[in-house]
Design a protein. Structure first.
Length: 274
């Protein structure tokens, strides 16, 4: 995505159309569009030809961008789990691992980055009916591996609003749910985590369209991305007007929900009742 955005900036600065850029590398206009969105892999030869077309002759600048192209083609650690993942999800895992701010509204279940191993196993079994025990365990292992980023030295800011429904809907037995609630209380104390609970008592709210995630990145060239998961696919929205609407919805959810301290009290209350 970073390389694609820089190539787009260079092309636009020279006033070159996507059609002309595509012609220069023996490709279509749509391929240039996909390259600039970071949706396809990069051939070093294509990047070299585009840089020449865009008038980039400084060797240091060329090598910097070519180095990005090589990095973009290296498979991430999560690709080893591709056999148990839907084809749209590896993209999300890569984006999640590159984000410095992750903002979430979740209504169905506890977000994957905050799930205990037992709770995750119950969720995966429910979502992968008929899967082998081995495939279930591999999916759980991926989820636990993703969580390491949230606890690392360069951990992202993680802001989440959990609907009360996600906390009351049981996955696993009573002890699994008690363990999950206690884990949420514990992890909410981390300095990079802001956890709020949207209570049933509030009534209707701005999250009426369902769960969503907003990913923000350190590079100024990269726009925020909204991730929307569906039953058989996922949407990645990066148009400014689309992102702005989801940001406003999350802002209202945060304003209307109890703050982090009060939300911990809600979690403690649910733990006592469980």
């Amino acid at each position: 995505m970073l390389l694609g955005s820089q190539l787009r900036r260079l092309r636009e600065a020279r006033g070159i159309t996507r059609e002309a850029a595509g012609y220069s590398i023996r490709a279509s206009e749509s391929k240039i569009s996909r390259m600039e969105l970071g949706r396809v892999s990069f051939k070093t030869r294509d990047v070299e030809d585009l840089l020449t077309l865009y008038g980039i002759t400084d060797e240091a600048e060329r090598q910097s961008l070519l180095s990005l192209a090589r990095e973009a083609n290296v498979a991430g650690w999560w690709h080893s789990y591709s056999d148990v993942l839907p084809n749209w999800f590896p993209t999300y895992v890569g984006l999640e691992g590159a984000a410095t701010l992750i903002r979430v509204y979740e209504v169905q279940f506890v977000h994957g980055l905050l799930q205990t191993e037992e709770y995750a196993r119950a969720v995966v079994r429910r979502g992968m009916k008929g899967a082998s025990a081995g495939d279930v365990e591999r999916r759980v292992a991926l989820r636990l591996e993703r969580q390491k980023y949230l606890l690392s030295d360069n951990a992202p800011e993680f802001h989440i609003v959990l609907d009360e429904a996600a906390l009351r809907r049981p996955y696993g037995d009573r002890e699994v749910m008690r363990g999950q609630l206690q884990h949420l209380i514990d992890v909410s104390e981390r300095p990079n985590v802001r956890l709020q609970v949207m209570p049933f008592s509030f009534g209707g709210h701005s999250g009426e369209s369902g769960a969503f995630t907003i990913l923000s990145f350190p590079e100024s060239d990269l726009s925020d991305v909204v991730y929307l998961e569906q039953l058989t696919s996922a949407l990645y929205l990066d148009k400014r007007e689309d992102v702005a609407q989801y940001e406003q919805a999350l802002k209202e959810l945060q304003q209307d929900s109890p703050g982090p301290d009060e939300s911990r009290d809600v979690l403690r209350g649910l733990l006592q009742l469980s």
